[in-house]
Design a protein around this ligand. Structure first.
Ligand SMILES: [Ca+2]
Ligand SMILES: [Ca+2]
Length: 280
């Protein structure tokens, strides 16, 4: 700064050895004695004003710069936060959307699987019931088969012993004569009973078996006079009584069959007899 000051005259009472003395030291000591040319003044003033400006402007510039930097930094931080928040929000939205879709898909699968499970359970229940029903039928069929086999064996045995098969029954005609009670006992020992005549066809069949013989049939009014009952306990509704039969009252309580006609006889009389056994 002092080097730019130019002195053009000697100043009384003051020794200026060089320009440096003029410009550097006592330039403001005595204004009246100091003559400074316009250029010096201008330069000096100009230089002096620039230094002060530098001294004054530097802190302000720094402050401004700092403020600007702070503002920029704050702006950057805000923008960054906004970006982070926006991205985070978008990321969350996408994640939530994906998770929601996956949850809905899983719920749909769970519902479908539950329905399939219920359908399978229903089918399993139905199949189990069908299996039990078939098992029950199989057992019944086995029992029926065993029974039929037994019936077949029994029938063959009876046929070999002289029994005759007719409409689900087998019949046996005795060769010996016995009382009504003895005849019935023999039949029962064979697993049968005295014959029960249910209809005209059976009556005709019994007549053919007995020929012209008088045979005991399973009909009696021993328990109550005039109330004829079959040996199975059923009441006789209609029969094939001969003319004026039954007529024995309390003396004749057992029935015989003779050539398509019935008659009551004393039960102690001896006749042949026909046994009957149901055979399915
Ligand atoms: Ca009688
Ligand atoms: Ca009679």
């Amino acid at each position: 700064m002092s080097k730019n000051i130019v002195c053009n005259r000697n100043i009384p009472g003051m020794q200026l050895t060089d320009r440096e003395d003029c410009g550097g030291m006592n330039i403001y000591a005595n204004v009246d004695d100091i003559s400074i040319d316009d250029d010096c003044t201008k330069k000096k003033t100009s230089q002096h004003t620039g230094s002060e400006s530098l001294r004054i402007r530097s802190p302000r510039s720094v402050l401004v710069c700092l403020v600007v930097l702070c503002v920029l930094l704050l702006t950057a931080v805000i923008v960054l936060c906004v970006l982070i928040y926006t991205n985070f929000h978008q990321f969350n939205n996408i994640n939530n959307k994906n998770i929601t879709e996956e949850r809905d898909q899983l719920l749909t699968k769970y519902t479908n699987i539950t329905e399939e499970r219920n359908q399978l359970l229903t089918k399993y229940t139905n199949i189990t019931e069908e299996r039990n029903d078939l098992s029950f039928k199989y057992k019944n069929i086995n029992k029926l088969s065993e029974r039929l086999n037994q019936e077949k064996t029994d029938l063959l045995t009876h046929l070999r012993d002289g029994w005759i098969y007719y409409r689900s029954s087998i019949y046996f005609t005795s060769s010996q004569k016995k009382s009504w009670s003895e005849s019935r006992n023999v039949c029962r020992e064979k697993g049968a009973d005295l014959v029960i005549i249910n209809n005209k066809e059976e009556e005709e069949f019994v007549c053919k078996m007995s020929g012209k013989e008088i045979i005991w049939i399973g009909l009696t009014d021993s328990d109550q006079e005039g109330r004829w009952k079959w040996v199975d306990g059923s009441t006789m509704i209609s029969g094939f009584w001969g003319q004026n039969e039954p007529n024995g009252h309390r003396r004749e309580n057992c029935a015989v069959n003779h050539i398509l006609l019935w008659a009551d006889y004393p039960c102690t009389d001896a006749f042949k007899y026909i046994c009957e056994k149901k055979h399915f």
